[in-house]
Design a protein around this ligand. Structure first.
Ligand SMILES: Cc1ncc(COP(=O)(O)O)c(C=O)c1O
Length: 389
């Protein structure tokens, strides 16, 4: 809230500066306290029967509540459940919405460990996963069966960057009572508001932009409707999900600066993508804001921006040359993840296990831009490209 307690705060950077902070007063801290607790004491024996108070450390703290408020604000959600990692934030809403005998539709472009969870763990408990083409759009209607419980999206795919037609998919899902979930990690909820496009649940690897410094694992599952939020929270309770108050504090701290860090790295990524698009050794740049991207029109319609992460398909060359290129990068680290202050690059081909897409026609490298100067990053890539003949 604004100081007068009344004025609406419109811009996300203003809202995120204030959300979840304790009321100001003489000598009070700017930030919420960190409460480390397993045991919480009750005043009287009969208090154990009360349902209106927090009874145990696993159920969070005031700091967790502040972070929940921030995630609800980010996506316009009715309720958020915090999770110990981004993967846990993705698997939780799936588990909350499937039972033995159900069918799940998962985008072929999904994050690998989510795919493994569905294809291996869910299979073991009697839930069938069918992979769908991320570009299927309203055609998903034909794949929905009587027992389809969930459609799990990710847009763009974090390796191959297909943008999904979310409104068409949610329309088909709603007509048949299917729950829709999206992994919204790429956009940080800043470039895409999936709940406003009809998605039931948005999940985040807050490890990325909200952590922002590559030193904390965290996740958040945000539901559009109160009943769904309750269902997800109850599942987390049954499963014993719990997050550290110190980690929750770090993620709320990340909220204060996330818009600025996100916009800076987004700008750097777009600049590098445009430059790489003109390089001789590059076949195609997979960045949704380039008009050459297959899904440019959908991106332009549904998104308000991009992110720090994009891919580059190199002209066909040997694997040894791709590896030499990545090894020659001096500023970009070699590592999974993104959203931290430091730039990263990975060779994606070993992780591509698709059923629906054609061969990319060349090796795929993914760049995650950090907060370094764009000229330095450009020079770094330029000198490394010399390793490819
Ligand atoms: C798109 C996407 N979803 C989920 C995750 C999982 O997040 P975490 O590493 O916090 O478990 C990642 C991590 O790389 C990711 O890229």
């Amino acid at each position: 809230m604004a100081k007068d307690g009344k004025s609406p705060l419109h811009h996300p950077q203003t809202q995120f500066t204030h959300v979840g902070r304790p009321p100001a007063g003489l000598g009070t801290a700017v930030n919420p306290d960190i409460t480390r607790a397993s045991t919480l004491l009750f005043d009287r024996a009969e208090d154990l029967y009360r349902s209106d108070i927090r009874g145990y450390g696993r159920h969070g703290s005031a700091g967790h509540d502040a972070l929940i408020e921030a995630f609800n604000l980010l996506e316009g959600g009715a309720g958020t459940t915090l999770a110990q990692s981004g993967l846990a934030a993705c698997t939780l809403p799936i588990l909350a919405n499937v039972k033995a005998g159900d069918h799940l539709l998962l985008t072929d472009s999904s994050y690998g460990p989510t795919r493994h969870f569905c294809q291996k763990y869910l299979k073991g408990i009697g839930v069938e996963t069918e992979m769908y083409d991320p570009r299927i759009g309203g055609g998903i209607d034909a794949l929905i069966r009587n027992n389809t419980a969930v459609i799990m999206m990710e847009s763009p795919g974090s390796l191959t960057f297909e943008i999904q037609d979310i409104p068409a998919i949610t329309k088909a899902a709603k007509a048949k009572g299917v729950t829709t979930i999206i992994d919204n990690t790429w956009s940080a909820g800043l470039s895409l508001k999936p709940l406003a496009l009809g998605v039931d649940i948005s999940c985040h690897a807050a490890t990325k932009y909200f952590g922002g410094h590559s030193d904390v694992m965290f996740g958040a599952t945000i539901s559009a409707a109160p009943a769904m939020a309750k269902k997800v929270a109850l599942t987390a309770k049954y499963l014993g999900y719990a997050t550290s108050p110190d980690d929750a504090y770090q993620i709320l701290r990340g909220f204060r600066t996330v818009v600025h860090r996100f916009r800076q790295s987004e700008k750097t990524a777009l600049s590098l993508a445009l430059w790489l698009n003109d390089q001789d050794k590059v076949q195609q740049v997979l960045h949704p804001a380039l008009p050459t991207h297959t899904d440019y029109a959908i991106w332009k319609r549904d998104f308000t921006g991009t992110a720090c992460l994009f891919g580059v398909i190199l002209k066909p060359c040997s694997e040894a040359e791709v590896l030499a290129f990545i090894n020659a990068l001096k500023i970009f680290g070699i590592g999974y993840s993104y959203g931290g202050f430091e730039s990263l690059a990975i060779h994606c081909d070993p992780q591509l296990t698709r059923q629906h897409s054609d061969s990319l026609g060349g090796p795929l490298v993914r760049f995650a831009c950090g907060l370094e100067a764009v000229e330095d990053l450009k020079n770094d890539i330029e000198q490394a490209l010399e390793k490819i003949n």
